[in-house]
Design a binder for this molecule. Structure first.
Ligand SMILES: Cc1cc2nc3c(=O)[nH]c(=O)nc-3n(C[C@H](O)[C@H](O)[C@H](O)COP(=O)(O)OP(=O)(O)OC[C@H]3O[C@@H](n4cnc5c(N)ncnc54)[C@H](O)[C@@H]3O)c2cc1C
Length: 573
């Protein structure tokens, strides 16, 4: 794809654009290590990377991309692992990390408004100096941006009490795929310095009409179209978030011999104490924490850890309850030093990556009561892999289950074939009444279940209205065709060739279909001077190649994942 670097430089500033292969390659990855095969089915890299510094540059970038039909992908810091931030058809990466100002804070309204490229860590640092904190932030807070988490909509630190990040969003500003700037919900700003006021008024009028034509609610009510949808409907440029007072923080931790006991204790703590945060680490996680060197008695145990964030008096009442519950459910209460250790560790789950060096994360959302079974099933399913499992428990009886698969991408064959494992975990979730944790790119096949039928239909209608040319983060959430690489086309040809040969030779003979055998041997076909079966094989190959070219990503995965699984079983034997 040809992009005009000069023109893009005029829009975002010459220093804020790069087309060097190195930069484009780095920006085309997220936290997941992918096999080369994955890049055969999605575009291996962006054509250009930009770092706009204001909303008007983003608007002009989108108008330029729309005019030229260039795909656009918004990006925070690429810490997600579901492919939402990687390119599917090349195009333009919009890195928001240079837009990181804190625009508004009002302690009486318990709200803060920021540009979405700010990291959670920087926002927390600002708020905590003033005696406030955030109800929810991701455990990737040191690097992840506010925009990336709001666009993904997950659980984080604090979700045990406050639910998902989506519940913490008061309002947002979005640049739509047609370049219009809109504001939804309650976006709090200092109106004196609002240079976008007129553009927003125009954009809001347009979007209101679209919403009412689609039978949806008002701008105030429809924030959810753009939060949790992975930047597929627009680029979020500002967010107003809830804040809470930073009360007394008391971490706690207990170790257990079994997940069954841990879950019993967790359920009681959730209902009797309502902690700010509750997390579990499975035995295979603690056994990989090298930081536990001096605490071998916790290595290989199940750890339940979390924190209270309440008044001094509430904490004084709740700490003894947690201790009693832990003891009564056969756990060992860990001392303050160990509790602080696990609290501080909440931000560094990637420590275990040293056992890789490559990481393939797979995450699901499941009922808390099913955790012991899910853990056992996952361990059995991945018994030949290095795995570490942890999760965050939420106040609605569900828990995230993060399965970190540790592998080595330098071992090309086994790494490629093992790619099916993360998809397998997503399917496993459904068997236990759960869901894949996120959609992004790779879980697009589960999007309808993930959002619910009605909500997904609404999202599809709005995608068509707002982005008829499918330039905004294409293939994410909604699926679609991808640019297939040469090796994949060859693969399609070979599969078609072999299937046609088998169909042409084995089936007629196996079923005794004499007339087909005679037709294949007839003189009419022999005029090509090829054995007729070769012609059939070649035709099958061409059909296979054609199918590969027109297949959507979701179809490719539906066919490809079982093939990888079978190959993996054969190779293991
Ligand atoms: C160690 C570690 C811990 C993690 N902990 C958590 C956790 O506790 N909870 C959790 O849910 N996830 C977690 N994650 C996953 C990931 O960090 C989060 O989803 C994170 O919020 C992504 O932020 P990011 O800035 O890196 O976004 P990216 O990865 O860059 O982008 C994520 C998605 O959002 C879109 N996007 C980014 N910015 C915008 C924007 N401004 N407007 C519109 N779309 C946008 C992208 O296109 C992409 O689809 C963790 C990951 C790691 C590596």
């Amino acid at each position: 794809m040809r992009v005009d670097e000069q023109r893009i430089g005029d829009i975002v500033g010459a220093d804020n654009v790069s087309t060097t292969p190195e930069t484009c390659m780095i920006y085309s990855k997220d936290v997941t290590s992918l096999p080369d095969l994955a890049h055969q089915i999605v575009s291996p890299r962006f054509d250009v990377v930009t770092q706009p510094v204001d909303v008007l540059s983003i608007q002009n970038l989108i108008l330029y991309a729309l005019d030229k039909g260039i795909p656009i992908v918004p990006r925070g810091n690429g810490t997600s692992g579901w492919g939402g931030a990687i390119p599917t058809r090349g195009g333009l990466c919009v890195d928001l990390s240079s837009m990181s100002e804190i625009l508004y804070f009002n302690e009486f309204e318990s709200a803060v408004t920021v540009e979405t490229g700010i990291t959670w860590r920087d926002l927390l640092t600002f708020l905590e100096k003033l005696g406030f904190t955030l109800p929810v932030y991701p455990s990737s807070a040191t690097a992840a941006t506010v925009g990336g988490f709001v666009a993904s909509g997950g659980l984080g630190i604090g979700s045990t009490r406050y639910g998902t990040i989506l519940k913490q969003v008061h309002g947002i500003e979005v640049v739509l795929p047609n370049g219009k700037i809109v504001r939804l919900g309650k976006l709090l700003l200092d109106s004196k310095n609002d240079i976008l006021k007129e553009k927003v008024e125009e954009g809001n009028i347009w979007l209101s009409k679209q919403l009412s034509a689609a039978g949806l609610g008002t701008l105030e009510q429809e924030t959810k179209l753009f939060t949790g949808t992975y930047g597929s409907l627009g680029i979020i440029t500002k967010v107003t978030l809830k804040t809470i007072p930073k009360l007394q923080l008391i971490p706690f931790a207990g170790s257990f011999d079994s997940m069954v006991d841990l879950v019993k204790a967790a359920n009681r703590i959730l209902s009797e104490v309502k902690p700010f945060f509750l997390r579990f680490l499975a035995d295979n996680y603690t056994s990989k924490l090298r930081a536990l060197n001096e605490h071998e008695n916790e290595s290989g145990k199940y750890i339940l850890t979390g924190a209270l964030l309440d008044t001094f008096y509430q904490n004084e009442d709740n700490v003894p309850i947690i201790r009693t519950v832990t003891n009564e459910e056969n756990g060992i209460v860990l001392d303050d030093t160990r509790s602080w250790f696990y609290w501080n560790e909440r931000l560094y789950p990637l420590r275990i990556k040293r056992h890789g060096p490559s990481l393939v994360p797979a995450e699901i959302l499941a009922p808390i009561k099913m955790l012991p079974e899910i853990l056992e099933k996952t361990k059995t399913e991945l018994r030949n892999s290095k795995v570490a499992i942890e999760g965050t428990l939420s106040n609605d009886s569900t828990s995230s289950v993060m399965v970190w698969i540790l592998d080595d991408e330098r071992k090309k064959v086994s790494f490629t074939i093992g790619w099916y494992r993360s998809f397998k975990i997503a399917s496993l979730a459904e068997r236990f009444g759960g869901l894949p944790y996120a959609v992004g790119l790779w879980n697009g096949r589960h999007a309808r279940k993930f959002y619910g039928n009605d909500s997904y239909n609404v999202l599809k209608v709005m995608k068509k209205k707002l982005d008829p040319n499918d330039i905004m983060n294409p293939v994410k959430v909604f699926g679609g065709r991808v640019t297939i690489g040469r090796e994949s086309m060859l693969f399609g040809f070979l599969v078609g060739f072999i299937v046609a040969l088998i169909a042409g030779w084995v089936i007629p003979r196996g079923l005794g279909l004499v007339w087909i055998i005679q037709l294949l041997d007839s003189s009419l076909l022999q005029i090509f001077y090829f054995p007729p079966l070769v012609i059939i094989g070649l035709s099958g190959g061409l059909v296979g190649l054609l199918i590969t070219r027109i297949m959507t990503l979701n179809q490719a995965l539906t066919i490809g994942i079982p093939i990888l699984r079978i190959l993996s079983k054969i190779l293991r034997k």
